[in-house]
Design a protein around this ligand. Sequence first.
Ligand SMILES: *Cc1c(COP(=O)(O)O)cnc(C)c1O
Length: 425
Amino acid sequence: MRYQRSSALFAEAKKYIPGGVNSPVRAFKAVGGEPIFIKEAKGAYLYDADDNQYIDYISSWGPLLFGHAHEPVIKAVIEKAKKGTSFGIPTEIETELAKLATTMVPNIDKIRFVNSGTEACMSAVRLARGYTGKDKIIKFAGCYHGHSDAFLIQAGSGAVTFGSPNSPGVTQGTAKDTLLAEYNDLEGLKALVKANQGELAAIILEPIAGNMGCIIPSDEFIHGLRELCTQEGILLLFDEVMTGFRLAKGGAQEVLGVDADIVMFGKVIGGGLPVGAFAARSEIMAHLAPDGPVYQAGTLSGNPLAMSAGLAMLTEIDQHPEVFESLAQKTAHLHKGIADVLNAKGIPHQINRFGSMISVHFCEEAVIDFTSSAKGNNDTFKHYFHGMLDQGIYLPPSAFESYFLNDAISDADLDRTIEAVKSIF
Ligand SMILES: *Cc1c(COP(=O)(O)O)cnc(C)c1O
């Protein structure tokens, strides 16, 4: 029994933890079956409780750019831990990480550290509202900005003009201030802005989406969006929790050539420990407590342990920027290999890719927004996911997720992965 010990651990976990997991996507609900339990990981490989090895294509959902247990990060964390993990009093390392991050991302002057991407996005919206004095925000269907109430709004009937909560527990009062637009639809967005003129604090998006598969914004859409925000006095919020320090030193802002007003980070900036952050030019950040009236705080925010992992990670990236080209090449190799197999077998598919992000959709039409992403054949996806898992390849257990490559993955690993795809179909 390949998954015997994982299965027993899952049964035990379910007794004490809702669904046996601390974040729902881990539970395999979208693909069926039971999750594997990880014992340890090194480089490109995960090892489960039954001692099976997997090539990891999720990299802890993004943070581990260089692979698991990357030496400089682990060393920094161990050294720091010996000196105490949290004080609730300022430390020098917070400034070091802030200085490095604001140097790598040119258009931000100041940055505030929090403990997750959710917290970063939630706080950024509060800051945007406090700065503009407006209440409403626009988000795009299929973009994920963490699990705070204002963002748990999905497309539903009539939802474009009046947000409808898609999770019980989100009040109508909260939902009505979150308006929904379709990704890559500039005309639809303009109409929505016009209908709410003078009431909008912010437009928030994943500048390259990774939570409905990987979706790339058209030039017209992303530049039009920037122009629209400037014209209307709306703050443009880039959720770079996934793309920040993953696509380039300057993240999606750099690769797209678009400056946002507030930028949110997470994942890579914590090097595998819980860190989030939001940043902007000084004039906007001056509205944040204790300089300004917009309140935001955190007992463990900027703790030295988390900062040491983040600092080691960003230092590695700063000193080895060639990692981005290496990752892009590996991802392109994977793209070509999978496409060749699926084409040869006549299986309808779309593959989207940007840098180290890639997603495979089993559908006929181009995937450019949530609606087209949702058209994928989920039976084929399940078959594919489990077929890969059984051959030691760990893919995201949902058709709505992008893969996030890490640079420890070798060409041989990629070729093994492509061979595995061949054997499934
Ligand atoms: C992961 C993610 C978040 C949420 O971050 P958490 O640390 O899980 O709270 C927000 N936005 C994007 C784009 C993400 O990928």
